[in-house]
Design a protein around this ligand. Structure first.
Ligand code: PDD
Length: 288
């Protein structure tokens, strides 16, 4: 195949069209797409697709990359350039290119890609035979133990919270805390016991979480792995996040309410020190 694709204002051979590895569509699934069918050299249901594109972009605060009239011209042009009379036109708009960060600025230059696929849309054998389907649980996306790059919701929520003056968000499901946007969440009770959510598909199985639970137990801290509510967290003595890049980071307030003294607590402080000391002692050297 040697299609001509459209990328950020340029017509390019498909082999020459390259998107940055730092594109937020690639790193955070922070992108919108549309697919429009072409039959007999005509765009099918085009106004609906153009309107939904705008609605989707508006909902995420991504700028429309071109004016409405230009978008229609591009659809016609790409079909002509690729000799498509039957098939589809795919377009994707991502928030743009930025060093990897869950937080994104208010204005970014979107990345805009269009390509065609030749396909015999009107020659569909299933129109005669019909389809057989299987039911599966609705779970888009409830498999949070898998470390996918489907990070759009987390990134948007964290950015919104940041604009509201918070450092991060804590996700709550049926009254129980799951985790933060990109870290696991833990509390310390008045008795000095550690409580962390038990492992399931509700949260990412953090590597740092696992190490901290082990190290805490070795240090004589009683650790429970179970679900806990927002109320329990708000009345805890201490709370902290864990992740590969933040290690053990104290949390001092939730929804504007102080946790414990509202200051960094001794158990969090001690676990951070133990984690850094222990992990440094067993860390793998980069040089041979
Ligand atoms: N995030 N939960 C979520 C949703 C995460 O994205 C992460 C890590 C964690 C902590 O896992 P670990 O201890 O294995 O890093 C929990 C990384 C740091 C990130 O996205 O930058």
């Amino acid at each position: 195949m040697n299609r001509t694709v459209y990328l950020n204002g340029e017509w390019l051979a498909e082999t020459e069209a390259k998107v940055s590895v730092f594109d937020r569509g690639f790193l955070f699934a922070d992108a919108i797409y549309e697919v429009t069918a072409v039959i007999d050299g005509k765009l099918i249901d085009y106004p609906g697709h153009a309107a939904r594109l705008r609605r989707s972009l508006d909902a995420l605060g991504i700028a429309m990359p071109v004016e409405d009239a230009e978008l229609l011209t591009l659809h016609k042009e790409i079909a002509k350039r690729n000799g498509i009379t039957e098939g589809l036109i795919y377009l994707q708009v991502s928030r743009g290119v930025q060093d990897r960060d869950f937080l994104f600025p208010e204005t970014m230059t979107p990345s805009f890609v269009m390509f065609t696929q030749a396909k015999r849309v009107l020659d569909n054998p299933k129109w005669k035979t019909g389809l057989s389907l299987q039911t599966v649980p609705e779970g888009r996306w409830s498999e949070r133990q898998i470390k996918t790059v489907q990070l759009l919701y987390s990134s948007v929520q964290k950015t919104q919270a940041h604009r509201n003056g918070f450092d991060d968000v804590l996700f709550v499901e049926n009254g129980f805390i799951t985790e933060a946007s990109s870290a696991n969440f833990h509390i310390v009770t008045a008795e000095g016991e550690l409580i962390t959510r038990d492992l399931s598909n509700a949260l990412l199985h953090g590597i740092t979480r696992g190490s901290i639970v082990d190290l805490a137990r070795q240090a004589g801290v009683v650790a429970h792995e179970r679900a806990f509510t927002v109320e329990e967290a708000k009345s805890a003595n201490e709370a902290f996040l864990t992740s590969a890049t933040s290690f053990v980071t104290p949390v001092v307030s939730l929804d504007g309410q102080a946790i414990g003294t509202g200051k960094v607590g001794p158990v969090s402080q001690r676990l951070l020190e133990i984690y850094i000391r222990e992990q440094l002692s067993r860390a793998l050297p980069i040089a041979d």
